[in-house]
Design a protein around this ligand. Structure first.
Ligand code: NAD
Length: 259
């Protein structure tokens, strides 16, 4: 179902080869936006995006890049501008997870999660916000997690990186608001059907933590969420229907986190 009309717009979506990012890219293309889809895994991105339906006039450009590489992220934004002439939206979904208690987490593993999740968010937002500020319009959506606010054993690096994303997004929102650029964050809960979820479950099993389906009883709506339900909120936040919303974090957790 197409809820919003993004005809003539251009969006950049990171982490677009899989899960939430893939669904956001697909939904934006269907809603009329051209998309610069970025992912570390370019082969998977190209394979996946080949089947995405596109509204008339909407095209998809696939870029293989690491969100922690400032030059590569800057070049991707430049590619979007040269291919499509403008940049209206950024949905930054690229992220990684590992699960281990603090005492057993190697500093390099801790740093990797913070680097991809937090530095990656900063770089994508920094590069994409420049042209938006110059154009005097735009919308940025970052992706944190309900684990930014709920402490669960094993998630120290992940939770810390996600909490910092929310703090960062609030500051950027204040800085770019005078140019009518909005910055909001989605905090997904227990979302099924993504590579990150499968990976988290596999290492949880291995290391003695609970897996996602065992925690469904913690969710008031009584089920896991879908990538479509997260993508719909991302499109809402990018759309003019959210024109007076900025600096906000929206929980998409079936009621599990409400603060
Ligand atoms: N699935 C969930 O339940 C859930 C819950 C809360 C938050 N999130 C967040 O949602 C976002 C998307 O997660 P998902 O579940 O769709 O995961 P996913 O693993 O399915 O997709 C993440 C994508 O990011 C890409 N990526 C990873 N590192 C990258 C890098 N350095 N540069 C560029 N691309 C990179 C991966 O290749 C992958 O395609 C993440 O930020 C994740 O933390 C997911």
């Amino acid at each position: 179902m197409v809820i919003f009309d993004f005809g003539g717009q251009v969006s950049m979506v990171t982490g677009a080869a899989s899960g939430i990012g893939a669904q956001v890219a697909r939904s934006l293309l269907r809603a009329g936006s051209s998309v610069l889809a970025l992912d570390l895994d370019q082969a998977a991105l190209e394979e996946r995006s080949a089947s995405w339906p596109r509204a008339d006039g909407a095209s998809c450009l696939c870029v293989g890049a690491d969100v922690t590489d400032a030059a590569a992220v800057g070049a991707a934004v430049a590619q979007a501008l040269s291919a499509f002439g403008r940049l209206d939206n950024l949905v930054h979904s690229a992220g990684v997870i590992d699960i281990e208690t603090v005492d057993r987490t190697a500093p390099t593993d801790w740093e990797h999660q913070v680097r991809v999740n937090l530095l990656g968010t900063y770089l994508a937002c920094r590069e994409a916000s420049g042209p938006m500020v110059r154009a005097g319009r735009g919308s940025i959506v970052t992706v944190s997690s309900m684990l930014a606010r709920s402490g669960r054993p094993g998630y120290s690096a992940y939770s810390a990186s996600k909490g910092a994303i929310e703090s960062f997004a609030r500051v950027l929102a204040a800085e770019v608001a005078p140019a009518d650029v909005r910055v909001n964050t989605i905090a997904p809960g227990n979302i099924t059907g993504t590579a990150l979820r499968d990976h988290a479950d596999a290492i949880s099993r291995e290391r003695g933590f609970s897996v996602a389906t065992e925690r469904v009883h913690d969710i008031p709506l009584g089920r896991q969420g879908t990538v479509q339900e997260v993508a719909d909120v991302a499109l809402f936040l990018c759309s003019d229907a959210a024109s007076f919303i900025t600096g906000e974090t929206v929980n998409v957790s079936g009621g599990q986190v409400t603060w």
